[in-house]
Ligand binder design. Sequence first.
Ligand code: BV8
Length: 226
Amino acid sequence: MVENIVILTGAGVSAESGLGTFRDAGGLWTRYALEDVATPEGFARDPGLVLEFYSARRENCRTASPNAAHRALAELESAWPGGLLLVTQNIDDLHERAGTRRLVHMHGELMACLCAACGRRWPSAGPMHAADRCPACAAAAVRPDVVWFGEYPYHMKEIGAALGAADLFVSIGTSGSVYPAAGFVQEAARAGARTLELNLDPSDGASLFDAARRGPATELVPAWVA
Ligand code: BV8
C-alpha cells in the first residue's frame, strides 16, 4: 500500500515546454562551460557572463508554459490523500505555475536573487547586471539564487526525511548525473520504497530502479498519474 511518494524531477520534465536540458544534444552544457557559469569561481571570475547566462534563462522561462507533465503532477498532488513531496532539480517555476504546492527547489530558483555579500534573498524576474546593488547592503554582489557546483543544495534535511519515509520514489526527466540528487534512489530503496524511472533515455542510475518507462514526460507522466 503506497502512502508516501517522493518525486524527483530534472530538466527533462521542462524540455517539452521549450526550456533546454543540460546534457542532451544542444543542451546548455554543450554551449556554455559549466565551470564558467555554474560555479562560484566562474561568478567571481566573470559576473557579467554568469548574469547574462541566467538573465537569458529567465527570459526563456517567462515565455515558457507548464506542459502536460507539470499539470499531471499538480493534479496528482491535489488528489493524493497521503504524503507527497516533489523535489525538483530545476530552477524554473513551471511546477508552481502548474499548481504544485508541496515542492522544494533543491538547486534554488531562477526567479530570485541572492546577495553574495550579505545573504539577502528577494524575488526577481528581470535581467541582472554586474552593476546591480543589493537592496539590503548595497554591495555589487547580486547573483541568481541558484545552487552552483560545489555549493550545498537547499532543503536537504526535508528531502532526507521524506526519502526515509517513502513507499514510492519516482524520478522524472533527469540524467542522474548530479549528486546528491542522483543518490536519492538508493536512499529511498534503503528505506524500503519501490523505485520507478520515467525518462526519455536510461539515466546514469537506471540500473538502480525497480522499474522504468521510456518516452517523453508529457506522455509518461499523465499515463502514470491516471
Ligand atoms: C554538493 C543549478 C556538497 C544551476 C546545478 C557526490 C556527493 C555529493 C556531491 C558530489 C558527488 N560527486 C560529485 C559531486 C559534486 C557535484 C556533482 O554532482 N558533480 C557532477 C557533475 C559529478 N555536486 C555538487 O556540487 C552539488 N553540491 O555536492 O555539495 C554536498 C555533499 C554531500 C551531500 C550534499 C551536499 C551541487 C549540484 C548542483 C549544481 N547545480 N544547477 C542551474 O540550473 O544552472 S546542476 C544541473 O544539473 C541542473 O541544475 C540540473 O538540475 C542538474 C541535473 O541535470 P538534469 O536535470 O538531469 O538534466 P540533464 O540535461 O543532465 O538530463 C536531462 C534528462 O532528461 C536526460 O536523461 C534526458 O534523457 C531526459 N529528457 C530529455 N527530454 C525529455 C526527457 N525525459 C522525459 N521527457 C522529455 N521530453
